[in-house]
Ligand binder design. Structure first.
Ligand SMILES: *Cc1c(COP(=O)(O)O)cnc(C)c1O
Length: 359
């Protein structure tokens, strides 16, 4: 016997979401962003599903090498660049492109005396104030890179702080773009700009490559719901009721006894907890679906179980199917209830749920 908790990964939905990227920005090449184990969906599985992408972008060098070893021949990009000089010959050997965002990296590149070429994505800090060169320092960084033997292609990259809203008051896409254009003016090289939010809300933006992540997995970057963007959920996390408790007025449930019944009610115990990736911060009232009926979490999320109100579910029984998120219940809705984003729930899926692929 196995625990009934299953994360269903819908390969056809992932492919559908890739096709949404294609039709939204038909002229751009697509970096499928597969960092963090493809946002929790499984790297190899996702790469197989997203085989039509023009390249894959990620953070982890080991995973990038793994992609080469399983036969991916198209481009690979490390979004956070490299960290230590000893990584450079390895990246060159596997033909893995990487972001360059600070002078220290250029120092390492200058000293490395590479005997194979590397492609780099020079990153500009256009307002996010995380990684990258300021617009005023950018062309100097470009010129330094240009002089390094075996630095082959130099692409231009930036990242948006608020792409999922139009006209953000503090830092808009328009303002970042203006800075990007001024910092990179006159420099040859392709532009690599848009994340999911920018693809969906700013499809007209001039970018040679786009970098969709969350939308490939059927999550929304914000703004509208995933469904309104035409995206299909990829991960459905489901389990079963493993016991029913009939409790009375004044009885409380779970750790901390934070939920107390105001009358007789049925509590369903579900085999899924925070050790599986269900957010411990999900409060009472967070939606769950039991046998197709929307109901709510009650009591504290524990490590291996949650407890739900079965009052609206007439025929609930041990073995009733419970959907935690996915089809019928958007992951972003659950995330919002828990004070986070769908991204985090996807990435936090633990190794414990059984993974099943479907088409
Ligand atoms: C993660 C990441 C992306 C993908 O962002 P989404 O919002 O998931 O589309 C794009 N670019 C960079 C630099 C990233 O780190």
């Amino acid at each position: 016997m196995t625990r009934p908790l299953v994360a269903n990964i819908d390969i056809a939905a992932m492919q559908h979401n890739l096709s949404v990227v294609r039709s939204t920005v038909p002229r751009a090449k697509i970096w499928g962003v597969v960092k963090a184990n493809a946002y929790g969906h499984g790297l190899e599985r996702s790469v197989r599903a997203l085989n039509d992408a023009d390249g894959f972008a990620l953070i982890e060098m080991e995973s990038a090498i793994h992609l080469r070893e399983i036969g991916w021949k198209k481009p690979i990009l490390l979004l956070e660049g490299f960290f230590y000089a000893h990584e450079l010959p390895i990246l060159a050997r596997y033909n893995i492109a990487f972001a360059v965002h600070c002078d220290e990296q250029i120092d390492m590149l200058e000293k490395s005396r590479l005997d194979l070429p590397v492609d780099v994505h020079l990153k500009m800090n256009t307002g996010m104030n995380r990684l990258g060169f300021l617009p005023a320092e950018y062309s100097k960084a470009y010129e330094r890179l240009k002089k390094i033997p075996n630095v082959r292609e130099i692409s231009h990259m930036t990242h948006f702080a608020n792409s999922e809203v139009s006209g953000h008051k503090k830092m808009s896409v328009e303002e970042q773009l203006k800075r990007f254009d001024s910092g990179s003016a006159g420099l040859p090289g392709v532009r690599n700009l848009s994340n999911s939010g920018a693809i969906l809300l700013h499809p007209q933006l001039r970018t040679d490559w786009v970098r969709p992540g969350v939308m490939l997995y059927g999550g929304t970057p914000g703004g509208k719901t995933a469904e309104e963007y035409g995206l299909k959920p990829v991960m459905t996390l489901s389990s079963e009721i493993i016991q029913i408790q009939n409790i009375n007025e004044g009885d409380s449930v779970g750790y901390g006894s934070i939920f107390t019944a105001t009358g007789p009610m049925k509590i369903g115990v579900v085999a899924c907890g925070y050790a599986d990736g269900y957010p411990r911060m999900a409060p009472e009232g967070t939606h769950v679906i039991v046998d197709g009926v929307k109901t709510r979490l009650v009591g504290r999320v524990s490590m291996d179980m949650i407890t739900v109100d079965l009052t609206p579910v007439k025929d609930a029984h041990v073995g009733s199917k419970v959907t935690l998120w996915g089809n019928e219940l958007p992951i972003d809705e659950v995330a919002e209830a828990a004070g986070t984003v769908g991204y985090e729930l996807m990435c936090a899926l633990s190794l414990r749920p059984r993974i099943v692929e479907c088409w």
